[in-house]
Design a protein around this ligand. Structure first.
Ligand code: PAF
Length: 292
């Protein structure tokens, strides 16, 4: 496999995409498709699934690696976020040929400090993750918009673990007429059910075991869904009971088309969301259920 080409500047990645496109399109070949996989690095199997999907749907794949300070509320959380560019590039090179990595510095992305102009996700962005992490999604949507303008992809690929993020990005693309298709990819789990996350590497061994309570709670909700929403929530809550290291932030069942909580009359697909602090590490997970 060839190692990815890493660019640190906006001008550099634009030129790479332009020339890769031109090369594919020489001789009248159809327009080359570009996919963007936005990440904050510390890559794991979940990210590799996004890259795999990007390769299936596009000719040119750009993986961005940028720990976006604009989406972190607490300085400590930003500082603790793992930064592992060299091993990320190596990992990408071991799974796919011909990738481009865009890894800008903070100054490259925000040369005048944090931008005065931001993209707002509206009321839904203040719920669930947004309630505990004020301004988080405005930071996400702002950087994602910038990445869209910088790379100019036809497709962008996001993971379904960050379900609220995927919902808000899809809505932003529609609301602001970005000519981009959003692809979402299923959650990748460890063998024991823990959803893959860059934050998992912060878990100590006791916390790693305690963290399984999240996927257990989702499974419990899913297997009680036939008895209705209250029963599903109660089953999830009882799966969390006695987990000393787990502090629940929210547990909710939402309509995936509106991201608002469903009531007992809801029929069809719904999404069970969970977020918890596990020994100081914030983890999120979700599972799709069907309400009859
Ligand atoms: O999901 C993430 O890793 C980040 O929120 C994203 C989409 C790369 C924006 O910084």
């Amino acid at each position: 496999m060839t190692q990815p080409i890493v660019e640190h500047t906006i001008a550099g990645i634009r030129e790479r995409v332009r020339s890769a496109r031109a090369e594919i399109e020489t001789g009248g070949a159809p327009r080359a498709r570009v996919a963007l996989v936005p990440t904050m690095g510390a890559l794991h199997a979940g990210h590799l699934a996004l890259v795999e999907r990007a390769r299936e749907v596009a000719d040119i794949v750009v993986v961005s690696v940028f720990v976006n300070p604009l989406q972190f509320g607490e300085k400590a959380d930003l500082e603790a976020y793992p930064r592992t560019l060299d091993s990320d590039v190596e990992l990408l090179g071991s799974v796919a040929d011909g990738l481009f990595v865009f890894a800008p510095s903070g100054e490259e992305m925000y040369p005048n400090g944090f931008p005065a102009t931001r993209v707002s996700g509206g009321a839904i962005a203040d719920r669930f993750e947004g309630r505990s992490r004020r301004g988080h999604f405005d930071g996400v949507l702002t950087v994602v918009s910038k990445l869209f303008h910088i790379v100019g992809p036809d497709v962008a690929v996001f993971g379904r673990k960050d379900a609220q993020q995927a919902f808000l990005v899809e809505r932003m693309v529609r609301d602001l007429d970005f000519p981009i298709t959003i692809e979402t990819v299923e959650i990748v789990r460890e063998d024991d059910g823990l959803a893959r996350s860059s934050r998992n590497r912060r878990l100590g061994s006791g916390e790693r075991i305690a963290a399984l309570a999240l996927s257990r709670a989702l499974e419990a909700a899913a297997s009680s869904a036939d008895a209705g929403i209250d029963a599903a929530i109660a089953a999830a809550q009882s799966a969390l009971m006695g987990e000393r290291l787990v502090t629940l932030d929210y547990l909710a069942i939402v309509d995936p088309t509106t991201f608002t909580p469903v009531d007992d009359g809801h029929r069809g697909r719904a999404l069970v969301l969970i977020a918890a602090d596990v020994g100081g590490t914030r983890l999120i997970d979700n599972e799709s259920i069907y309400l009859r």
